[in-house]
Ligand binder design. Structure first.
Ligand SMILES: NC(=O)c1ccc[n+]([C@@H]2O[C@H](COP(=O)([O-])OP(=O)(O)OC[C@H]3O[C@@H](n4cnc5c(N)ncnc54)[C@H](O)[C@@H]3O)[C@@H](O)[C@H]2O)c1
Ligand SMILES: [Zn+2]
Ligand SMILES: [Zn+2]
Length: 367
């Protein structure tokens, strides 16, 4: 079938909206009619070349839609199911899957960076030449074939645009706050970078009962949305921001800092705002060639921890289900994270909105 999709053919971009050919689902695969797809900064890292992606590819790794066809031996989903797409299709059998760390699945991670589906081939083509699957789900397309392991059924009352964001930004941000930051009732946290991931970390911190939630962003316009989603304070990310965090905590620092930009400079400097015995959670992903400098004598004497946080930092399929219920119960106002909706033809406007730093998530609307 012909599909409309957003492709990356050259590192540095621009992305193109074009008609491609999509083959039907094979063994263990599913054809999804996309309802909505989110625009995450990791797509931009692929476009800029900061992260390696196999190209040419169809971009997008936040998405939700309806199953419209299934291949042989598909057991998890049926035609008509509404699903959110999970960008780490775990195998359920490897060292990590057996230890309840399915988001670190050896096979799943190898698969998503290969650019192919599970059997090592692509279903997407342009005039007979194969096009790669970004993160195994390539959600910036009106239809896509994915592994059934990438599909997580969602309740009827969760809109596709909400489920799409749960598929990456929300699961990642809430997971960073709750699973890696281990935030609980009364804790203090500073979230540096109030984009889709950081704002989700703020929602997660609020849901966990954190008492002090300080949002930090270089764009002052972010204050309204950050406060709406649960921040108790907002600071513009200037040179005095760390001192202000130390001031409001009587020089102690916060229990947890979540870095949600992906800057080694911010990771290094914001470690200072973590209290002794506290934790810096790094969830923003820097350029792959960059390193962060840590003064280890002070780090050791202050017993701080630095944790990486990838995707939901837990079983991502289970996390998607849990987050859908948290949305339905009113604990996570994910719909308020969405500030712009664009048709696929205007994907560049969505990317520009994200890069401006002034808005919440932009969603590509296929409905
Ligand atoms: N670890 C994971 O599993 C995972 C998953 C998804 C995204 N990510 C990464 O998380 C990061 C954030 O993604 P996003 O989609 O939220 O991006 P985004 O573009 O929506 O948000 C980034 C925010 O950071 C702000 N910002 C930029 N520079 C800043 C600075 N110096 N100080 C303070 N704020 C600054 C921007 O104004 C913007 O609000 C990216 O690096 C992305 O690749 C990681
Ligand atoms: Zn596995
Ligand atoms: Zn993402």
């Amino acid at each position: 079938m012909d599909i409309q999709a957003v492709t990356l053919t050259t590192v540095g971009g621009p992305v193109q909206v074009e008609t491609l050919q999509l083959a039907g689902p094979l063994d263990g695969e599913v054809l999804v009619a996309m309802g909505a797809a989110g625009i995450c900064h990791s797509d931009q890292h692929a476009i800029s070349g900061h992260h390696d992606a196999q190209i040419p590819c169809v971009l997008g790794h936040e998405g939700a839609g309806e199953v419209v066809a299934v291949g042989q031996n598909v057991n998890r989903v049926r035609v008509g199911d509404r699903v959110a797409l999970n960008w780490i299709p775990s195998c359920g059998k490897c060292f990590y899957c057996e230890r309840q760390q399915r988001h670190l699945c050896s096979e799943g991670l190898q698969r998503i960076w290969s650019g192919y589906l599970t059997d090592g081939t692509s279903r997407i083509s342009r005039d007979g030449d194969p096009i790669m699957h970004y993160c195994g789900i390539s959600t910036w397309a009106d239809h896509m074939v994915v592994s059934e392991a990438s599909c997580q059924p969602i309740p009827d009352f969760v809109p596709f645009e909400v489920a799409a964001l749960i598929g990456c930004g929300v699961a990642t941000g809430v997971g960073a706050a709750i699973h890696r930051g281990e935030l609980s009732e009364g804790d203090s946290v500073a979230v540096v970078g109030a984009g889709g991931v950081g704002l989700s970390a703020i929602m997660g911190a609020h849901m966990a009962g954190a008492a002090e939630i300080i949002a930090v962003d270089r764009e002052p316009e972010k204050e309204t949305l950050a406060v709406d989603l649960g921040a108790t304070d907002f600071l513009v990310a200037d040179e005095g921001a760390i001192e202000k965090v130390l001031d409001v905590t009587n020089g102690v620092g916060v229990d947890v800092v979540i870095e949600a930009v992906g800057s080694p400079g911010l990771q290094q400097s914001w470690l200072r705002a973590v209290r002794r015995g506290g934790t810096l959670v790094c969830v923003g992903i820097p350029n792959e060639s960059e390193a962060t400098r840590i003064f280890t004598a002070d780090f050791i004497r202050s017993e701080k921890s630095i944790k990486g946080s990838y995707y939901a930092a837990t079983d991502s399929a289970k996390a998607i289900g849990d987050l859908c219920f948290a949305y339905l119960e009113g604990q996570l106002p994910i719909d308020r994270l969405i500030s712009k909706r664009v048709p696929i033809a205007q994907v560049q406007q969505g990317l520009d909105a994200m890069l401006s730093g002034t808005q919440g998530r932009t969603v590509i609307d296929f409905e």
